[in-house]
Ligand binder design. Structure first.
Ligand code: SF4
Length: 78
């Protein structure tokens, strides 16, 4: 089983230090999703956006409740 997300080396949530303002929140996402085993990173909404549309808007978080279609709609409305 792969424990780290396959996007770990490129995802802005991991690699951009200013991506999330609250460090505790970043730590929670990293431990719960990014390093949480495939059963967890494979349900991350950022991962699912990349898989479905090959990009992910910055406003999307691992536990964003919207579907990938709804996120795309919001992105296009911006
Ligand atoms: S935020 Fe999601 S897509 Fe980015 S590294 Fe973590 S699990 Fe992967």
């Amino acid at each position: 089983m792969t424990s780290f997300c396959i996007n770990y080396n490129t995802c802005p949530l991991i690699n951009d230090p200013g991506f999330l303002q609250v460090k505790e929140k970043t730590d929670y996402y990293v431990e719960t999703f990014c390093k949480g085993g495939k059963e967890n990173w494979s349900i991350c909404k950022r991962y699912l956006m990349k898989l479905r549309w090959n990009f992910c808007p910055d406003f999307v978080l691992p536990d964003t409740p919207d579907t990938t279609d709804e996120i795309l709609d919001k992105f296009e409305e911006e």
